[in-house]
Design a protein around this ligand. Sequence first.
Ligand SMILES: [Zn+2]
Length: 87
Amino acid sequence: MKFLQIFTIVLLLANLIYTGCILRETLAPNPAIAQIQELKEHTMIRDTQLIQAVLMLHHEAGLHDVGEEFMCPMCDQIKKQMQMVSK
Ligand SMILES: [Zn+2]
């Protein structure tokens, strides 16, 4: 639980720093379209990672039903194990 909280905070700080760096490059005169597209893709990936980290915290704290939450990596793992057992 403590590890996940620290992991989430570190991930959030890394995202903020990375976003700041990309934003500084993007705001430079005459930004290339490729840079904006790259920013969009990286933002989506980082948002997904953040959501998954928060969902893992919720999973550990018991805030959602085990094996039922969409996008929760721990629930996905349980679902895979259940499918392997049922085969
Ligand atoms: Zn879960």
